[in-house]
Write a protein that binds this ligand. Structure first.
Ligand SMILES: NC(=O)c1ccc[n+]([C@@H]2O[C@H](COP(=O)([O-])OP(=O)(O)OC[C@H]3O[C@@H](n4cnc5c(N)ncnc54)[C@H](O)[C@@H]3O)[C@@H](O)[C@H]2O)c1
Length: 362
């Protein structure tokens, strides 16, 4: 099989989808790996390391797209990449199609087999390939939020941990999954006052056991969310219904009720965002002011820490990739538990039920 690894071109992206050690395993298994020159540079993997691992270096993305049977990426294809897909090609990457109808349409019209990392399932319905990036984004969300709360960044000048004699900042986390629980851990570590809301009581109970007395847990209802958000210095949105568009948990009115120059970080922006006033931002212009509140909604937050994020991502994608390369994609989809759930587009149609429903509702 020819496996192609283009350089990521989404604004500010620094991750790479395949590291040299995985290339070596793929090549030793009889595959050809074609890596675009410079693909790993921002994550600290030089072209020489890929060459030493047996990969062929391609001078540009065009060669990769022209020759590969399977394209392996990090982020959803950008318009310039979508044009280059060939009929029957397979793609293994984060897709987040529920929030990207144009990408879904382009993949269908080119009959690309699109396997989305974010819907691959593990035991008990877990999302093993979404998890590490959610953990990275969750931990980052508190750092990023604390940064934009600073006066120099346009924030209200609130130090989340406070100091003795002065009230601590209040961090409200919506959704206690992979991202939310890591955000919580960082928020507690900073010494902030922390409130967490989720619809899953068991998760809240577990959190109370983990951080006894250090977090305020609430079952999420619209009125409790409204109360918590109104009193927040930093709101972190981390809700998810797998494959579907993120539920709108925070209304415009709730944002308006916040004190001036507080901060919203909506991690769920890649699924459309869970805050009514949110729209995607980029690493170049990460925040905007609306209703007097700073909004941060970068869909590829882990790119801020490309080295860590690449290592975390490739650890979980490697076993799937090796299996597809060894057995063929169709055989691997049949044999590897949960991998089939990653199939979002096939034979010109969106086949993942939640993704299809979300797109139909657009
Ligand atoms: N912006 C980025 O760079 C980035 C990076 C990684 C992940 N993400 C996104 O972060 C989001 C969260 O991912 P995750 O892995 O933590 O998901 P997860 O499934 O582990 O957790 C989601 C949580 O949301 C809760 N939830 C659902 N509806 C809710 C509601 N109405 N009120 C309160 N809680 C509710 C669920 O019970 C669950 O605990 C996803 O959209 C994911 O794609 C974004």
């Amino acid at each position: 099989m020819v496996i192609g690894v283009p350089k990521e071109i989404k604004q500010g992206e620094t991750r790479v989808a395949v590291v040299p050690s995985t290339c070596r395993r793929l090549v030793d298994g009889g595959n050809r790996v074609l890596v675009e020159a410079g693909a790993g540079a921002a994550a600290g993997f030089a072209d020489e390391a890929y060459a030493e691992a047996g990969a062929a270096l391609a001078p540009g993305a065009a060669v990769v797209f022209a020759e590969a049977d399977l394209i392996v990426k990090v982020k959803e294809p950008q318009p310039a990449e979508l044009e280059q897909f060939r009929e029957g090609q397979a793609l293994f990457t984060y897709l987040h199609l529920a929030a990207a109808p144009a990408v879904a349409q382009a993949l269908c019209s080119r009959r690309v087999l699109g396997i989305g990392y974010e819907t691959i399932e593990g035991p008990g319905g877990s999302l093993p390939v979404l998890k590490p990036m959610s953990q990275v984004a969750g931990r980052l969300s508190v750092q990023v939020g604390a940064w934009f709360l600073m006066s120099s960044q346009g924030g209200a000048g609130v130090l989340p941990g406070g100091v003795p004699g002065v009230e601590r900042g209040h961090i409200v986390i919506l959704g206690l999954g992979n991202a939310g629980s890591e955000a919580c851990r960082m928020a507690v570590g900073l010494g902030a006052r922390v409130t967490v809301l989720d619809i899953d009581r068991a998760k809240l109970e577990h959190l109370e056991e983990r951080f006894p007395g250090l977090v305020n847990t609430l079952v999420s209802t619209p009125s409790r969310v409204a109360e918590a958000v109104a009193a927040a210095d930093l709101v972190i949105g981390a809700v998810l219904v797998a494959g579907a568009r993120a539920p709108r948990v925070v209304s415009r009115e709730m944002v308006r009720s916040m004190a001036p120059r507080r901060v919203v970080v909506d991690i769920a922006i890649d699924q459309g965002g869970c805050v009514e006033t949110i729209r995607p931002t980029s690493h170049k212009e990460p925040v905007y002011l609306e209703e007097g509140v700073l909004h941060y909604a970068v869909p590829n937050m882990p790119a801020l820490v490309g080295r860590t994020a690449t290592l975390a991502l490739t650890q979980v994608t490697e076993p799937y990739l090796l299996r597809m390369a060894k057995d063929g994609i169709d055989a691997a989809l049949e044999a590897v538990p949960g991998l089939e759930k990653g199939v979002n587009t096939r034979d010109g149609r969106v086949v993942h039920p939640a993704v299809a429903a979300a797109l139909a509702a657009e």
